[in-house]
Structures are given as structure tokens and as C-alpha cells.
Design a protein around this ligand. Structure first.
Ligand code: SF4
Ligand code: SF4
Length: 245
């Protein structure tokens, strides 16, 4: 356990970048247009099931998926080498809620036009489960990569997550439901008395959050926090930790 904690950020980065490397195989499972296309044919696709599982996970683990496993997150963290500008979160992050609403509505309308969901096809729009092997999949794959790249390079640290990602909204919704009903879930917890305002937590936050300010306000709950543990591991005073409550 001690060696896991010592190497936690290395392990996290390795996992999330490996997830990005697997994206040619997996991108169909996180592609909203392909989920909608499946729904219009009355099919519960593998992607739809992944979205439902992500929602369920968020009820207990918040946005842990974003911090540890999301391939789009892995791609954006690679771009930190080129642009690690902190994102102005409040300005345009409402766009992702509009994106989510548009996609959610289109899935519901697609299900209605198909007369309901009648079959399950886990490997829908893949060739034996491999996304890129499907005929005509390459433009969709490269389109997604280019789109995420534009956000990462123009907006800054995890710009796509902050401004556009509809999957983020699924998890934010799950987290808000949990916070309303309050069952045990994974959180950050901080002791402001230990904090020396060195700001290493803020500098190391891949979401560009002002973690030092969160510690000072005594409120570590933030819809943009992906529970990556970057701040936990960067703090020289061990003022921040993971907690379940
Ligand atoms: S606040 Fe901490 S756990 Fe949350 S995203 Fe930032 S570094 Fe990661
Ligand atoms: S890294 Fe720790 S000590 Fe430094 S500002 Fe953040 S919480 Fe405070």
C-alpha cells in the first residue's frame, strides 16, 4: 500500500495514458453519435451500457473515471507539455451542459422513433469489438482526436473536460444526487490548520483548480474535481487526503 501511495501519480498517469493508447479499440464505447445511431435502430449498444456504468460509478466515486481511466483525459494530459495554462472555469463551462442536453434529447428521440430499445449489441459499430477496424470508423476516430486536441491546445489544462465533455455532466449529475441524499462516497478531505499556503496543490491540479483556496474555505467539494489525487500527493504537509464519508 505504501509503495502504491508513493507512486500513485505515476500509476495514475500510466493508466490514463494506456487508456488513450487503447482508444482506437475503444472509441465507439464513448462516442455519443454512435450511441444515438444505435438507439435509432432500437439497440442498446456497448457505449450506452458504458455510460450507464459511468453514471452508477459516479454515485460512489464522483469523477474518478475522469482522473484515472478516461482516454480523452489521457490525451489532454499529454498536451500539458505544450499548453498547461489554467482554464478560466466559470466563463464557458456551461457549454458542456448544453452539449449533454442536446445529446440526451437526441438519444431519447432516437429511442422513440425506433419504438423502444429491443435488442442488446455490445459490439455495435465495431469489428469484433475493435472500433477502428469497422469500415468507415477512421474519420470518426480522427475527428474526435482533432476535436479534443483543439480544446487542449487552445483553452488549456483539460479544456475539453471543462467546456465540452457530456460524460462529465453524467458524473456531475451522479455526484449531485449523492450529495443530496448523502450516502458514503469517495471525497477529498483537508485540514486547513496544516496548510502553509505553498500552493503546490494548485500547481499540480490537472484540472487547474485553486485547491489552496478550497482548503482555506474548508470545502473540497468541486464539480470539476476528478479525484486524481494530484493535490493529495503534492502537499508537503499532508493537509489533503482521500476520505470516504
Ligand atoms: S482538486 Fe486534487 S483531486 Fe481534484 S482534480 Fe485537482 S488535484 Fe485532482
Ligand atoms: S500543497 Fe498543502 S500546504 Fe501547500 S497550499 Fe496546498 S494544502 Fe496548503
Amino acid at each position: 500500500m505504501k509503495s502504491f501511495i508513493k507512486n500513485r501519480q505515476r500509476i495514475r498517469k500510466a493508466l490514463i495514458i494506456f487508456s488513450f493508447v487503447l482508444l482506437p479499440v475503444t472509441f465507439v464505447y464513448i462516442s455519443c453519435p454512435i450511441i444515438t445511431q444505435g438507439a435509432s435502430e432500437g439497440i442498446i449498444t456497448g457505449g450506452l451500457i458504458v455510460f450507464i456504468l459511468i453514471f452508477i460509478s459516479s454515485l460512489f466515486l464522483g469523477r474518478l473515471w475522469c482522473g484515472w481511466l478516461c482516454p480523452a483525459g489521457g490525451l489532454q494530459e499529454i498536451y500539458f507539455q505544450i499548453n498547461n495554462k489554467q482554464v478560466n472555469i466559470g466563463r464557458l463551462n456551461w457549454i458542456k451542459y448544453i452539449t449533454f442536453l442536446a445529446i440526451f434529447t437526441s438519444i431519447i428521440l432516437a429511442i422513440r422513433s425506433a419504438g423502444g430499445l429491443t435488442t442488446i449489441d455490445l459490439f455495435y459499430y465495431t469489428d469484433h469489438g475493435i472500433s477502428i477496424a469497422k469500415e468507415g470508423a477512421s474519420p470518426k476516430f480522427y475527428g474526435q482526436i482533432i476535436f479534443i486536441t483543439i480544446f487542449a491546445l487552445s483553452v488549456g489544462k483539460r479544456g475539453f473536460c471543462h467546456y465540452f465533455c457530456p460524460i462529465a455532466v453524467i458524473m456531475i449529475t451522479g455526484r449531485k444526487i449523492r450529495n443530496l441524499i448523502r450516502w458514503p462516497a469517495l471525497h477529498l478531505s483537508a485540514d486547513m490548520n496544516l496548510c502553509t499556503d505553498c500552493r503546490k496543490c494548485s500547481t499540480n491540479c490537472p484540472m487547474g483548480l485553486d485547491v489552496n483556496d478550497m482548503v482555506r474555505r474548508g470545502n473540497m467539494e468541486n464539480t470539476e474535481c476528478i479525484l486524481c489525487g494530484g493535490c493529495v500527493d503534492a502537499c508537503p504537509k499532508q493537509a489533503i487526503r482521500y476520505a470516504i464519508h
